[in-house]
Every structure is written in structure tokens, then in C-alpha cells.
Ligand binder design. Structure first.
Ligand SMILES: NC(=O)c1ccc[n+]([C@@H]2O[C@H](COP(=O)([O-])OP(=O)(O)OC[C@H]3O[C@@H](n4cnc5c(N)ncnc54)[C@H](OP(=O)(O)O)[C@@H]3O)[C@@H](O)[C@H]2O)c1
Length: 307
């Protein structure tokens, strides 16, 4: 039986349309999951247009649902377990997922919030870890109103860092002080003291400005480039006491980190802000809102009923 999915179609608005795809056939180390919720990432919108995901292939990376068949090799959760996964081709009613790419969803966490964790949460967790997050460090998070940003602010604050959240406009400050930001700035206005860590999801001139604020020994993690603007470094900007600008990408199975994030969310130590929720026949609406920077936090979609 085919399953409904959102697939890449370069001729469609937002380069995505609903379609029937073949029922997935799991490999020996994969479980079959019936998907109840998915979340949309800015990267999905880029993937749909860039050709990185071929036409006709299923889009998406973030899904939550219930295991309907355990892995044949005995790894991973049993049938009936609620799970969250970070996996390619997530936007389908049923998916085959590597057992190492998912985590069990604790009873206290609802599936919509679980689905909002994978890409944004794992990017925040791993980039902070790579930057050497520690108590007392001054951490600047750009694009703090977005998916990665909101998680990065909370995780850094939880670790005892001094967190500076940067947003694009006053309305986008909403909820960030409550999330643990010690300072919430529009752009980098008023920030003069050096920072030890930058988690940057914006790129462009703001990345250059953030680099200039980075203290010797500091780490700037270039996680994303939501601005789409070029970054021009003035002469000698990269000459001086050692500090690093590191490229970042989520690499390798995310199951262990998903378990950490789901555990924190379940115990109320990590708030999952869902700024848009609806069925995936409203994909265009969600994509436009995300692109237009009108979603505070994450967009979560549920499979639409069969036509
Ligand atoms: N490397 C990886 O593995 C990885 C993983 C996850 C995400 N990413 C990338 O990281 C970036 C952030 O991802 P996300 O999921 O947090 O995205 P998001 O939810 O859309 O948030 C992006 C934030 O960037 C800010 N921004 C500043 N200038 C912008 C502009 N010109 N256009 C749009 N947004 C602008 C917006 O904040 P204001 O509205 O307050 O300005 C927005 O909240 C994206 O580039 C994404 O592709 C990479």
C-alpha cells in the first residue's frame, strides 16, 4: 500500500507537493514508524529548492510517531514505542528509520513537541558542545528567535553560561528572557564586551560583527546562514590572538542526543515553543511564515487526511 508524503517538486509552489510513495521497506537495522507529527526546518526549504534532494524524493528530517515494526536485527525499540527521529525523508505517513537515529519519547512529552526537537535541537546541543560550553562563559546566540536559537539559548543558560540572545526586531524578543537569556538585543546593538562562544545561524554582516566580538581563545560555530547575505571581513580581521570560526553540520546518528533532548523536554528543563501548527496540506502557509520570520520557535505539521 502506498503512503502519503510530501515530495520535492521544483514546479510546485515552495517546490513541494503531496504524493503517494511506496510503502517503505526497512533494512535489518531499521524500525518502521507510523508518523504522527513532523517539523519543518529552514534547511528543508533550502533542500527543496537546491536540488540536494532530487525531484520526487520525500523531504524532511524531523518526525515523531509510533514504532509499528521492530528492527529485524533486534536493535532499537519494540512495536508500540513512541519515538522521535532525525532521518532523511521524514515527511511521510510511514518511514523506515535506523535504530540509531531515533530515541524513545518519554510519557510526559507529547508527540508534537517531540517532533520539534531533532534538527534544531541537535544543532544547538552539538554546536554548543563543540564550542566548549562551560559555566560562566559569555555565549552569543544569533537568530535566537528561531528554531536553533531558542534551543541554544536554553541549553547555554542551563549550563550556567551568560547568554546574549540576538534577534532581528523587537517582537522577536518574545519569550527569550524567560528561556534564560541574560540579555536580549536587536542585532548586536550595545554589545561591546567580548564573548567566548558564538552560535551563529544568520551569517552575513552579523557573522563578521560577531567575529569581531569574539575573545581570544573563543569559538564561533557557523551553524547556518539564514540571512543569505555575504560576509565581508575587513583587512586584518582574522589576524591576532588565536580564536576559531568553525563550520558546523549535523553528522552521524542522532539517537543519543535526541534522548538527551527528549529527556530534558519531558522534565520541563527544555521548553519547546511551537509557533505554528497545522496539517501538511497547509505546507505553503507554514513555509511562507517561516521564510517571513513570523514563527517564534518551530512549525509542526501533521499528515493531512487522505483526499
Ligand atoms: N548546519 C546544520 O547542521 C544546521 C542545522 C540546523 C539549522 N541550520 C541552519 O541554521 C540556520 C537557522 O536555522 P533555524 O532552523 O533556527 O531557522 P529559523 O527558525 O528560520 O531561524 C532563523 C533565524 O534567523 C534570523 N534571521 C536573521 N536574518 C534573517 C534573514 N535575512 N532571513 C531570515 N531569517 C533571518 C531570524 O530571526 P529574526 O526574525 O529575529 O531576525 C530567524 O529567527 C538556517 O540557516 C538553517 O539552515 C543548519
Amino acid at each position: 500500500m502506498p503512503v502519503r508524503a510530501l515530495v520535492v517538486d521544483p514546479s510546485a509552489p515552495e517546490a513541494v507537493r503531496a504524493a503517494d510513495v511506496p510503502d517503505p521497506v526497512p533494512g535489518p537495522g531499521q524500525v518502521l514508524v507510523d508518523v504522527s507529527h513532523v517539523s519543518l526546518n529552514r534547511g528543508d526549504l533550502n533542500d527543496a529548492r537546491s536540488g540536494r534532494i532530487p525531484a520526487g524524493a520525500v523531504l524532511g528530517s524531523d518526525a515523531a510517531g509510533v514504532v509499528v515494526r521492530a528492527a529485524a536485527d533486534g536493535t532499537g525499540p519494540t512495536a508500540g514505542t513512541r519515538v522521535v527521529a532525525l532521518t532523511g525523508g521524514a515527511f511521510a505517513e510511514r518511514i523506515a528509520v535506523d535504530a540509531a537515529a531515533l530515541a524513545e519519547v518519554p510519557a510526559e512529552l507529547d508527540p508534537a513537541r517531540a517532533a520539534a526537537l531533532p534538527v534544531a535541537g541537535v544543532a544547538a546541543l552539538r554546536s554548543l558542545r563543540a564550542a566548549g560550553l562551560a559555566p560562566g562563559k559569555r555565549v552569543l546566540v544569533t537568530g535566537a528567535s528561531g528554531g536553533v536559537g531558542r534551543y541554544a539559548v536554553q541549553l547555554a543558560a542551563r549550563a550556567g553560561a551568560h547568554v546574549i540572545a540576538s534577534v532581528g526586531s523587537a517582537p522577536r524578543r518574545e519569550g527569550l528572557a524567560r528561556a534564560g537569556a541574560d540579555e536580549v538585543l536587536i542585532g548586536l546593538e550595545g554589545l561591546h564586551r567580548p564573548v567566548d562562544i558564538v552560535i551563529d545561524g544568520v551569517g552575513g554582516p552579523q557573522l563578521v560583527a560577531a567575529w569581531n566580538l569574539l575573545a581570544p581563545g573563543g569559538s564561533l560555530q557557523s551553524v547556518g546562514w539564514a540571512s543569505g547575505e555575504s560576509a565581508v571581513f575587513p583587512p586584518y580581521a582574522t589576524v591576532g590572538p588565536a580564536k576559531s570560526l568553525t563550520s558546523f553540520v549535523i553528522d552521524g546518528a542522532a539517537g543519543a542526543d535526541l534522548a538527551v533532548l527528549a529527556g530534558l523536554a519531558a522534565e520541563g528543563a527544555l521548553t519547546v515553543d511551537i509557533g505554528w501548527q497545522g496539517t501538511w496540506d497547509r505546507f505553503e502557509e507554514a513555509a511562507t511564515a517561516l521564510r517571513d520570520r513570523r514563527i517564534n520557535g518551530k512549525a509542526v505539521l501533521t499528515p493531512a487526511p487522505q483526499p
